[in-house]
Design a protein around this ligand. Structure first.
Ligand SMILES: Nc1nc2c(ncn2[C@@H]2O[C@H](COP(=O)(O)OP(=O)(O)O)[C@@H](O)[C@H]2O)c(=O)[nH]1
Ligand SMILES: [Mg+2]
Length: 320
């Protein structure tokens, strides 16, 4: 049983040594613990500091590619390095490294594919009232969309089985946190949470303001939901447009029946417009649904290719 702890980093030379020191190197039920640092084109000495303080592997990009991309590249590297379990933690010392054994326990027991460290957002003292409410609202939406019961969906402290790492394909560029949970839920991976105690850290580097954070998170949730339930989304949208057109049309028919159609031409035109728009939107739903079934097939192929790559002999370690 091999555990690799991956740490996405953007200019983290200041806090990385402490984070690396804290990671437990012996864990009951685990034979090997390794650490992989993803250095996302940092302009400080993150890569060198990582190696000097005991990181076993460093994946470095020549230029910043963003957290979601770094997360995926990390998973890919971990799987290729033979990880059975992967833990993701942040480089700012927010998450308690001594909780890693508890975090991976449900995976070791064969009960979960993904385990999220739950910070108990409603009680985290160093989050502002507004941030707490927003996080709770966001998590509620993600729970609804994903069909999971994760209380703290934006937590970056999480463990994944190799199966989950092979299955998940993050496509958004902003953050992997929400999307990975929605995908895991939709792909019927077993997702659970364990409570953890989070530390207060420096301000986030992912977003400059709360409004930016909310906007980008909402956009991510909408996009991912539409990706997985395109038919529902377009049906609702098209249904609303079509119904509005239909009601307006009925109204016009009523006036016509009463012989009072003069002066109602505008509403008749609007009605026809809405009916056409609604119909076209529903058609889009059918198209999107067909495309979505293709994506499912492609994802399955990708999963099988990744598994094939893991076979001894088909390795390309010289490139890794
Ligand atoms: N690869 C990569 N990692 C990043 C980027 N921005 C932040 N990180 C890392 O992601 C983790 C979380 O970032 P942080 O600024 O603490 O955001 P928070 O999760 O909102 O607290 C840290 O380990 C950062 O070094 C980025 O653009 N690329
Ligand atoms: Mg942080």
């Amino acid at each position: 049983m091999k555990l690799i702890v991956q740490i996405p980093c953007l200019n983290e030379e200041a806090t990385l040594p402490e984070v690396l020191r804290a990671i437990p190197r012996t864990i009951p039920g685990v034979d090997v613990v390794e650490v992989l640092v993803i250095d996302d084109g940092s302009t400080d000495r993150t890569g060198a500091v990582a190696r000097a303080h005991g990181a076993d592997h460093v994946v470095r990009f020549t230029q910043r590619k963003g957290l979601a991309y770094g997360f995926m590249a990390g998973l890919d590297a971990c799987v290729r390095l033979g990880a059975d379990v992967i833990v993701n933690t942040d480089a700012d010392n927010q998450y308690p490294a001594d909780a890693i054994p508890a975090l991976i326990a449900p995976i070791l027991r064969g009960e979960a594919d993904m385990v999220i460290g739950d910070r108990g957002v409603g009680e985290v003292a160093h989050f502002s009232w507004a941030k707490q409410r927003l996080q709770m609202l966001g998590s509620w939406v993600v729970r609804k969309v994903s069909g999971t019961r994760v209380p703290d969906t934006t937590s970056g402290f999480r463990a994944m089985s190799r199966e989950a790492a092979l299955r998940i394909n993050i496509v958004s560029e902003f953050t992997y946190t929400l999307e990975s949970i929605i995908q895991a839920g939709k792909k019927k991976l077993a997702v659970t949470s364990v409570p953890i105690h989070a530390q207060e850290t420096r301000p986030s580097r992912l977003f400059a303001s709360t409004s930016e954070y909310v906007k980008r998170s909402a956009a991510t949730i909408l996009r991912i939901y539409a990706m997985y339930e395109p038919f529902k989304v377009f049906m609702i949208l098209g249904g609303v447009l079509f119904s509005a057109g239909f009601v307006l049309g009925l109204r016009y028919a009523w006036f016509w029946w009463m012989g009072e159609i003069r002066g109602h031409l505008q509403s008749a035109i609007l009605s026809v417009l809405l009916l056409i728009l609604g119909f076209v939107t529903i058609q889009w739903g059918v198209m999107a649904d067909l495309i979505a079934s293709n994506r499912k097939l492609i994802e399955d192929v990708l999963y099988r290719v990744r598994k094939l790559e893991l076979r001894p002999g088909s390795d390309d370690e010289s490139h890794g």
